[in-house]
Ligand binder design. Structure first.
Ligand code: AMP
Length: 359
């Protein structure tokens, strides 16, 4: 067990790292954040190292200063994680990241282990995409295998004429074409897993996107209990199979007939789990700290329902009204530069738990 008082290393300096460091502080831990960007929001609340992912000396020094390493950004190069893992436990470990950093590897992992997902093909040419479109028998979503997030690196393709422009726009040939899913809703589950296999899942939430960026999370998702139970079971089984220590967020589509298809995995805190800060006995951030430090996992059962809205770009200017609104719980990330679509903060409003799934 890594007891309170120790220093936790966090790779990545965004708002997820910032909120993890704040939660760690609540339990008496110190944090050391490693990130390449000088203006990282997490630097303001922890000891910091600003260095490139391939700065081996900085990585070694960082490893010597911490008792355990976790991450808030899944595109840390695997060689950097392996370097750190020589000196200190890295949770989740390099092998988890090797799968989740690459969409094709992730889909192959899911498929070969029998988890449900939309049909897909790995493609690397216009001809390959044309063939895959015919095989999938309908419109498809073309996605880069790497570095896609918030809808970056993807294009919907309905007809062969759309292939060349999409290829040009995506600017890479490392691609996956996946069948377009006419989903009823999008949900996600954040599950925590300790090294000894102990686990705890927050209930599924519903996610609504605007321009491919998460705008609103409704917690718990207004779905049947049986479906919610199945979503949690699926997330826990995937975390177990992957060997995650820490958190795993599993995004899923609900399709007609109440079937679930896994869309994407993220082995870290997730935007759709921010509501847990205000509506659960333990937040996803504290749960991550508990999981990587081998502490007892907290109770993920919400004491309230919640609606979480991201404050994107200029929306953050509404902070004075949000502060004045009774019951609105405002979280700002301390980002100085406002850019369109940038996640600047979020606001959570509690709701009665209307017959929502309890566990
Ligand atoms: P992703 O980056 O894969 O999480 O995709 C971002 C968003 O694009 C998802 O949350 C969906 O709203 C949409 N999307 C992604 N893949 C598909 C698909 N195969 N069919 C329909 N919508 C999709």
């Amino acid at each position: 067990m890594i007891a309170p008082g120790a220093t936790i290393g966090i790779l990545g300096g965004g708002q997820l790292g910032r909120m993890t460091a704040l939660a760690a502080a609540d339990l008496g831990y110190a944090c050391h954040v490693y990130a390449p960007e000088p203006d990282s929001p997490a630097f303001a609340v922890a000891r910091s190292t600003c260095a490139a992912w391939d700065d081996l000396e900085a990585l070694d020094q960082f490893a010597r200063s911490v008792a355990v390493v976790t991450l808030e950004f899944e595109n840390v190069p695997v060689f950097a994680l392996e370097r750190l893992a020589r000196r200190v436990p890295v949770r989740p470990g390099p092998s988890v990241l090797a799968v989740t950093q690459d969409r094709l590897a992730e889909k192959e992992f899911l498929r070969t282990n029998g988890f449900p997902l939309a049909p897909y093909r790995g493609v690397d040419s216009a001809e390959g995409i044309g063939r895959a479109l015919r095989e999938l028998g309908g419109p498809g979503v073309l996605k880069t295998t790497r570095l896609g997030y918030d809808g970056r690196g993807q294009r919907v393709i309905g007809s062969p004429e759309e292939v060349e422009p999409a290829l040009a726009a995506l600017g890479t040939r490392a691609l996956v074409l996946e069948a377009f899913v006419p989903f009823e809703r999008e949900i996600s589950v954040v599950t925590a897993r300790r090294a000894d296999g102990a686990r705890a899942s927050f209930p599924p939430v519903e996610n609504r996107h605007e321009h491919h960026i998460l705008k609103t999370t409704i917690a718990p998702a207004p779905i049947a209990d049986a479906l919610a139970t199945e979503a949690m079971r699926l997330a826990e089984a995937i975390a177990e199979r992957l060997g995650v220590v820490g958190l795993l967020a599993v995004e899923m589509f609900v399709v007609s007939g109440g079937r679930l298809l896994v869309n994407e995995l993220a082995p870290r805190p997730h935007n759709s789990g921010h509501w847990t800060l205000d509506a659960c006995p333990v937040s996803q951030f504290q749960q991550l700290v508990r999981a990587i430090c081998d502490l007892p996992l907290g109770d993920p059962t919400p004491f309230a329902g919640a609606v979480m809205d991201n404050l994107l770009g200029e929306e953050v200017a509404s902070w004075p009204e949000l502060l004045a609104e009774p019951g609105a719980r405002l979280h700002l990330y301390g980002k100085r530069e406002v850019r369109p679509g940038r996640k600047m903060g979020h606001v959570t409003r509690l709701r009665p738990l209307a017959g929502a799934l309890m566990r």
